[in-house]
Design a protein around this ligand. Structure first.
Ligand code: FES
Length: 94
């Protein structure tokens, strides 16, 4: 589906799985390059969703980053060692 065109310089954790990434690139790009297409599950049916617009408009890329829900993976830059996970259902109260 997606293939990385340049080298990586760090790793991130996705549900405990180590993913190669490049610092500063969008989290969504790192996940897609690793073959991860489902970023969240819908609150009603639990259907998988993944990024659509990659520019902050559709909200289909919502994930948890460092335990904080409702982050748009297409707008969050990768930092080395970042921990992220799918967002399942509606976010909890903050
Ligand atoms: S992919 Fe559409 S908001 Fe992130």
């Amino acid at each position: 589906m997606f293939r990385r065109s340049g080298p990586t310089d760090c790793t991130i954790a996705w549900e405990g799985r180590e993913i190669p990434a490049r610092a500063g690139e969008p989290l969504a790009a790192a996940l897609l390059a690793a073959g991860i297409a489902a970023f969240r599950e819908t609150p009603v049916s639990g259907a998988p969703r993944g990024p659509l617009c990659l520019m902050g408009a559709c909200f289909d890329c919502l994930v948890e980053v460092e335990g904080v829900p409702n982050r748009q993976a297409c707008l969050v830059p990768v930092t080395p060692g970042m921990r992220a996970a799918p967002q399942r259902g509606a976010r909890g109260a903050l």
